[in-house]
Design a protein around this ligand. Sequence first.
Ligand code: GRF
Length: 212
Amino acid sequence: MVKSKNIVVFASGTGSNFTSIHKDIKGGKINGEIVLLITNNDHCKAVEFAEANGIKVSIINKNIISDIAKHEDFLFRELESVKTDLIVLAGYLKMIPLNIILKYKNRILNIHPSLLPKFGGKGFYGMKVHKAVIESRETYTGATVHFVDEIYDNGPIIMQKKIEVLNKDTSDSIAKKVLDIEHKLLPYVVQKFCSDSIILKDKAPIITGDVE
Ligand code: GRF
């Protein structure tokens, strides 16, 4: 029997990906528990959801984030206090300090709303990604879940789902369709992680099965 995983979610906004993971945990699909939400935005919907569902919330303020040593120290303490097995970045808009990335190597997942490496890296977040996809007249776009490494949106890709970009699509319609895929893709990868089913071979993650 695989040990149940302690999951820490980082989110800064709506938190729809956070809630999609929570739903699959409550539905018995994921062998884990969300033990903490970390946010830089105490007014966001993710916080409301966490509080309404009895999930502990930790808020990092600007003063901590602007001091690298304090930032690392704060996160180390918070993550250790709940015996973190997995970190999920679900719409988190701040950088994770390098020493945290190194300590939790291959245990930090990020979801990005494009088919990385396309439309990733600094400056590509939120609607900027979808606008760039429309402007470049891409035939496909989608979502990517990857392990986080020291470079923005660069770590090993675990799984991607793609959708067709139709002539009538706008950045808004694409944003909606991509978010729908994210809500299936991210819980699926979390589920696989929590059942120890993501295998690293030659540094490349291998995952079995497919999203329903
Ligand atoms: C998602 O599109 C995700 O890919 C990106 O930020 C957005 C977060 O949305 N990293 P939500 O807060 O989960 O609704």
